[in-house]
Ligand binder design. Structure first.
Ligand SMILES: NC(=O)c1ccc[n+]([C@@H]2O[C@H](COP(=O)([O-])OP(=O)(O)OC[C@H]3O[C@@H](n4cnc5c(N)ncnc54)[C@H](O)[C@@H]3O)[C@@H](O)[C@H]2O)c1
Length: 322
């Protein structure tokens, strides 16, 4: 058992980057009562201070929790350090366009975090999340099971939500995954999507309704392009990703063995090797417990390989490989 797995409560969670995503996650975490200590670290110290003050004033309405603005030394002993620092996607910019800018920040912050906290789990949300998950692995020297990207957890949620609206069932009863890159090359796994164990065409047959493949294509298009649509309207996205980060943090701290589509180092899957991307993954107190080697259709396998290639090329251009 790792030192981490033996760590008992109270749990400390460090958040690096107290912007939209970091502070929304901090708020959700505070209200959940899951963490006893929340430290906010931002190069804009005043922002971290302001967010910590505001969050502390919510403590009397929620759970006894110590919230403070800190520095990298406060990552020591943190069970999970969530990385949300850096630039975000400007309107019209792809996630991969961000790679160079945010990798430069990563070279500065990841060694500092891992130096102070060699036993914790790093959870990355900053985009391009798969590239930065790989960069975190290389720059931290941590074992692969303790470096997790939020990956397609958000895309999978968007996909399930849109399917649930179409089929008029609770989103939690729709079992479907988006895998691959969190971004333009992501892959919907239609062949395994199901409601109550019924593949979607079978579900339609059972309901006496037509399986509308054009509507399914449109659902995937809306899933893939959701960030662009939201950014165009409100400038950034943060509620759903913060909820996703909460779900991952909960799976870790409560040792839940939850299957989530998160990004991690993939070794020898469908010819893909040494790339970080999302697959259905069992997450628990050790971090990545197991990548599930799902059976994909030939078309899905090809798409996943193409997605991996996009990521591999970008990663290679950043000269991060060990
Ligand atoms: N993975 C996902 O599904 C998902 C979803 C939404 C947003 N994001 C990504 O999350 C990231 C953050 O988005 P946001 O809207 O919170 O941005 P933001 O600009 O509101 O916040 C970023 C924060 O990082 C801080 N920062 C920058 N450099 C730093 C450094 N070197 N050390 C410490 N702090 C530093 C900034 O001061 C700022 O407060 C972006 O890359 C965005 O694309 C990911």
């Amino acid at each position: 058992m790792t030192k981490l797995a033996q760590t008992s409560s109270p749990a400390r969670v460090a958040i690096v980057g107290a912007g939209n995503v970091g502070s929304t996650f901090a708020y959700a975490l505070l209200l959940s009562g899951l963490a006893a200590e929340i430290v906010l670290i931002d190069k804009n110290r005043a922002k971290a201070e302001g967010e910590a003050m505001d969050l502390n004033h919510a403590v009397p309405f929620s759970h006894p929790t110590r919230v403070w603005p800190g520095d990298f030394s406060d990552c020591a002993g943190s069970a999970v350090t969530v990385l949300t620092a850096g630039a975000f996607q400007a309107a019209g910019e792809t996630r991969l366009d961000l790679a160079g800018r945010n990798t430069a920040i990563w070279r500065e912050i990841v060694p500092a975090i891992a130096g102070h906290n060699p036993d914790g789990i790093l959870l990355i949300a900053t985009n391009p999340v798969d590239i930065l998950t790989y960069a975190t692995l290389r720059l931290s020297g941590l074992p692969a099971e303790r470096v997790i990207g939020s990956g397609t957890i958000l895309d999978t949620a968007r996909f399930r939500y849109l399917l649930s609206e179409h089929f008029h069932v609770d989103a939690r009863s729709v079992h479907a995954f988006i895998i691959g890159e969190h971004g333009d090359s992501e892959v919907p796994v239609w062949s395994l999507a199901n409601i109550a164990g019924m593949k979607l065409p079978d579900f339609c047959d059972a309901q006496g309704i037509k399986y509308d493949s054009d509507a399914m294509d449109e659902i995937f298009r809306q899933t893939r392009d959701a960030a662009y649509q939201i950014i165009q309207r409100k400038g950034a996205t943060y509620y759903a990703v913060a909820a996703g980060l909460m779900r991952i943090t909960q799976a870790i701290l409560r040792n839940q063995n939850t299957v989530l589509s998160v990004s991690s180092l993939v070794r020898d899957f469908c010819g893909i090797d040494d790339v970080c991307l999302s697959l259905p993954t069992v997450v628990n107190r050790t971090g990545i417990a197991k990548l599930l080697r799902i059976q994909l259709s030939d078309a899905e396998t090809d798409q996943l390989r193409r997605s991996a290639e996009v990521l591999r090329q970008t990663t290679a251009s950043l000269k991060l490989a060990a």
